[in-house]
Design a protein around this ligand. Structure first.
Ligand code: SIN
Length: 286
């Protein structure tokens, strides 16, 4: 396995490994590289079926679609016969049906953060990519946290925030009203998380908030909460904390939702088709 650092804040490129056939030792090394790189690995030249992607993803932990369900709104986009594979695409079948979720994740977010057990790793496998455009940006919530003053870190330490699927559903521009299954507003897609969490594998602190799903800081007045969250979002979105991924077909990108947030750029009209599998995290803690 060969490695190349992708940016100072986060990200490692891995080549010379076939994840569908990797040994336990290779998997341990890959996972270590992923953690050391701030929770972002780009593995080139993969050939994954829905089954082999599911089997590889399960080596990280339990999966949405198998051990817990995705929110109802995304169920139409799961691959028939493969409930662990979420199709992200702007393509339509010849009879006009969506082949995946268009405009998925076109706002900064951390996957499924509105659940008590949110997403740990997300594995996105690129099958068709536009000639230009359709990049994904990743921001390091660890690097952003580390760059805050000790006084700000101390103030943030005891705070909790509410995460709620309704935030993205109502404000992101990614979901049209027709997309939303209102059963997702039943309460299971809303929960409280610490604003700063400790990564269970690396022991590093990270901000655990995102504009997509974080509703407010618990116990704050609305104006106080908005001002502080907006400051933190602007802070994290500074270029030095971001890696922008230009996709190639065959890329498998694995990100850690406990230490990063991401945004899919909607600047293309050509076909884009990817398969995502999503590992379930333990409940985040300080
Ligand atoms: C997502 O947020 O899972 C989609 C990311 C992408 O399409 O690049």
């Amino acid at each position: 396995m060969r490695t190349r650092k992708l940016s100072p804040a986060l990200g490692i490129e891995l080549t010379g490994i076939d994840v569908a056939r990797c040994s336990d030792d290779q998997f341990t090394a890959l996972r270590q590289q992923w953690n050391d790189a701030g929770g972002l690995a780009v593995i080139r030249n993969q050939q994954l079926t829905p089954q082999s992607q599911t089997d590889f993803s399960r080596r990280f932990g339990p999966l949405f679609g198998e051990d817990d369900q995705f929110q109802d709104t995304v169920l139409p986009y799961l691959m028939p016969g493969y409930p662990t594979i979420y199709r992200v695409s702007n393509k339509k079948s010849s009879d006009g049906n969506a082949l995946g979720r268009a405009r998925a994740g076109s706002y900064w977010h951390s996957d499924v953060s509105f659940r008590e057990r949110p997403a740990m790793a997300s594995l996105l496998y690129a099958i068709e990519i536009p000639g230009v455009g359709g990049d994904t940006q990743f921001a390091s919530q660890t690097a952003a946290y580390n760059a805050l003053s000790p006084a700000m870190q101390k103030m943030l330490a005891p705070l909790n925030t509410v995460h709620d699927f309704r935030v993205a559903a109502s404000t992101s521009g990614s979901y049209s009203a027709a997309d939303i299954n209102t059963s997702d507003f039943d309460g299971t897609n809303s929960c409280l998380h610490p604003l700063v969490i400790t990564h269970p594998e690396t022991g590093q602190p990270a901000l655990f908030i995102n504009p997509g799903f974080t509703s407010h800081i618990d116990g704050f007045e609305a104006a106080e909460s908005t001002a502080l969250l907006n400051f933190l979002y602007a802070h994290t979105q500074q270029p030095e904390f971001i890696y922008r991924h230009v996709w190639r077909p065959g890329d498998l990108v694995i990100w850690d939702n406990r230490s990063t947030m991401h945004l899919a750029i909607q600047d293309y009209n050509e076909d884009r088709y990817l398969h995502r599998s999503t590992v379930i995290a333990d409940r985040p803690s300080r």
